[in-house]
Write a protein that binds this ligand. Structure first.
Ligand code: SF4
Ligand code: SF4
Length: 94
């Protein structure tokens, strides 16, 4: 038996409620994944860095470079693989 126009409207309204809930859930998840803005970049402590260059050697993306005796990370190139963090003998990257 074909559905009436009223049934179709009710079905559409119900479906839109579900879609709205799904979109809201996705937005909440996205916000949680992104995290706070100050957690989107690694930091190098200049007082700890001894300019050994190990972070530069190990970075697969060319995102870290020792310049004037101090390691510097390019946040645009960094993929957060944390290899530099693991290899740093001074614990200078976090
Ligand atoms: S590995 Fe650590 S100590 Fe060595 S250059 Fe990089 S940040 Fe500095
Ligand atoms: S976290 Fe990975 S990509 Fe980013 S600077 Fe360190 S080694 Fe390079």
């Amino acid at each position: 038996m074909p559905a009436s126009a009223a049934d179709c409207v009710r079905g559409c309204v119900r479906m839109m409620r579900y879609v709205s809930l799904l979109v809201a859930a996705c937005l909440v998840l996205l916000a949680a994944c992104q995290g706070p803005a100050d957690n989107t970049q690694l930091t190098i402590d200049p007082d700890r860095c001894i300019a050994c260059g190990k972070c530069e050697e190990v970075c697969p993306y060319g995102a870290v470079e020792v310049i004037d005796g101090e390691a510097v990370i390019d946040p645009v190139l960094c993929h957060f693989c944390f290899r530099c963090v693991e290899v740093c003998p001074e614990g200078a990257i976090y």
